[in-house]
Design a protein around this ligand. Sequence first.
Ligand code: NAP
Ligand code: MN
Length: 265
Amino acid sequence: MRVAVVYNQQKQTIDVVQHLLKLLKKADIQLDEREPEIVISVGGDGTLLSAFHRYSHRLKDVSFLGIHTGHLGFYTDWRDYELEELVESLKNNRGQSVSYPLLDVVIRYLNDKPDRHFLALNESTIKRGSRTMVADVYIKEELFERFRGDGLSVSTPTGSTAYNKSVGGAVLHPSINAIQLAEIASLNNRVFRTLGSPIIIAANEWLEIRLQDSNDYLITVDSLDIQQDEIDAIFYRIADERIQFASYRHMHFWHRVKDAFIGDT
Ligand code: NAP
Ligand code: MN
């Protein structure tokens, strides 16, 4: 078993990581930053996002596991006081893994520049500077609507509780293999019209967002900002790759949603 540990710089995190490293050593579990089989993230959901992007070239060979040192996260479900139990399960390799869908992002340019390809764990958004973003939204090859407004967000099921939720998207159970398009402040009046509600497209469908030529687009992929001009279109679909989580116990998704957003009632 080869393990890598990715963590943030908070004091509480550093303490947990030091304890974790000791336990891993005692259990004879090898550390391998380059070719780990398990990636343990210590911190918050943001820490797990960066761990995902660090190892996204090895998704077939890697399972992720998240320890949270702040509030309970959606990707980080181990508590920092459960380290012994966690290392024990790793050592006995008792766990199963679960996998969740990822978002495949392709940016196509107007000039001869080659396409750029990304994977998102949470979402990708398209926004503009101060001007209204005008974009034609195609589902498969068919024009669906002309969008005018601040921007668009396309999210995965596990990303549905992040930015997507803030812009009025639905929360999706992560066993559903689909991606969701949500509007960010669309202009709707007698002249301009969009559907006005989020849509969830099927696994065999894809989105094509055709942009007007402008030099002030901001594309995000999780925590990454991509500022670029001469973008022709952006394609979104469910990726062939999936993210695997080492699951050593059962986690109830709706329980976690309740805990994060509603609390005790
Ligand atoms: P951040 O600005 O620190 O994250 C914003 C918040 O989103 C944090 O509380 C983070 O949790 C939480 N979060 C991340 N992924 C989540 C998920 N799948 N479900 C529920 N909450 C989630 O930046 P970051 O930590 O690098 O995370 C980047 C993500 O932040 C982006 O992918 C985007 O989804 C989200 N974001 C949301 C808004 C918004 O809601 N208006 C604005 C910008 C970005 P932790 O504290 O545990 O890290
Ligand atoms: Mn964060």
